[in-house]
Design a protein around this ligand. Structure first.
Ligand code: SAM
Ligand code: SF4
Length: 301
């Protein structure tokens, strides 16, 4: 399906919950107010909405949150998507997670068609990890990673660059990811939502990280492409790729093919803009025609 800018829309980022078991300092204040449970999409509505989006041409679905793995019925939803993947109607189901619950769910995720997972880790030093996540245990995440590696799933590590926090780990994280054959993305901090800290003080440009890696390990542009906004490179040492996402210093609208839906049923036809439509009123209807019509209108408009 083409939108009004001629972009082929085939990738959906679907948030299944706004809840999380961590409180990363750049993402979620400790006193975050969550959506009312009654406003969140039920399992039935997650299924209904995803089926409609697959009908209009969505081929890849990235499940995210909050933390998607804290949602108790997540595996049932993934199994619903897997039925489409098995029939080759859907090409890929992926997950972005903080990894704290991977040990518990890795096997089931694998059995339900998840072949690639993005795991967010901003420091490999347990005390620093605990600080930035407000109490997270790095060991749990690393154990989960071991398991998904053994299962043969492809891993990408997401690292948000934070000034005066993890710039001294850029090379060690790149080496660690390379040794484990994990792809890696360094991400610039984005001004999303209200937090207790100044984002300006946290901002560290990915261009500086790129220079550091280039000087230390060499960097060659890679032809590797995902549906995301990362530019990918290879070091002289490892097979895994290293990407740099700079939403602040770079524009990537022309190459974007994504829409997103929040866990309370709001569809955003652009990742960066606030243009949105509430799909909840159309989910209660028995006839899915109106829901499809509304989705198409909101993407094409
Ligand atoms: N809880 C999961 C996780 O942490 O991977 C999925 C949701 S989280 C919002 C998705 C990604 O967004 C993570 O890699 C996280 O580090 C990143 N993120 C969160 N807030 C950000 C911000 N203000 N700027 C840049 N990236 C951010
Ligand atoms: Fe939770 Fe992910 Fe936000 Fe950290 S980045 S608080 S893990 S949603």
């Amino acid at each position: 399906m083409l939108d009004s800018f001629g972009r082929q829309i085939n990738y959906l980022r679907f948030s299944v919950t706004d809840r999380c078991d961590l409180r990363c300092r750049y993402c979620m204040p400790k006193d975050t107010v969550f959506y009312d449970k009654k406003d969140m999409l039920s399992l039935e509505n997650l299924k209904k909405l995803s089926s409609s989006l697959i009908k209009i041409g969505i081929k890849k679905i990235r499940i995210t949150g909050g933390e998607p793995l804290v949602r108790k019925d997540l595996l049932k939803f993934i199994n619903h998507l897997y039925n489409y993947k098995r029939k080759n109607i859907l090409n890929e189901i992926t997950l972005t997670t903080n990894g704290t619950l991977l040990e518990k769910y890795a096997n089931e995720l694998f059995k339900n068609g998840i072949e690639r997972i993005n795991v967010s880790i901003d420091s490999l030093i347990p005390q620093k990890y605990s600080f930035i996540t407000n109490g997270g245990k790095l060991e749990k995440v690393l154990n989960g990673l071991d398991l998904i590696k053994k299962l043969g799933m492809k891993v990408k590590i997401n690292v948000v660059l934070i000034k005066n926090f993890n710039e001294d780990e850029i090379i060690s994280i790149t080496n660690w990811a390379g040794i484990n054959n994990f792809d890696l993305s360094f991400i610039e901090i984005m001004p999303l939502g209200e937090i207790e800290y100044s984002r300006k003080e946290q901002y560290y440009p990915v261009s500086v990280a790129k220079d550091k890696i280039k000087n230390s390990l060499g960097l060659i542009k890679s032809s590797y492409k995902t549906n995301g906004p990362s530019e990918y490179y290879k070091t002289n040492k490892y097979n895994a790729v290293v990407g740099f996402i700079s939403p602040i210093s770079n524009h990537f609208c022309e190459s974007c093919n994504r829409i997103r839906i929040t866990s309370n049923g709001i569809l955003y036809s652009c990742l960066g803009h606030e243009d949105s439509v509430d799909l909840k009123p159309f989910l209660g209807k028995t006839n899915s025609f109106e829901l499809l019509k509304k989705i198409k209108e909101s993407i094409i408009k």
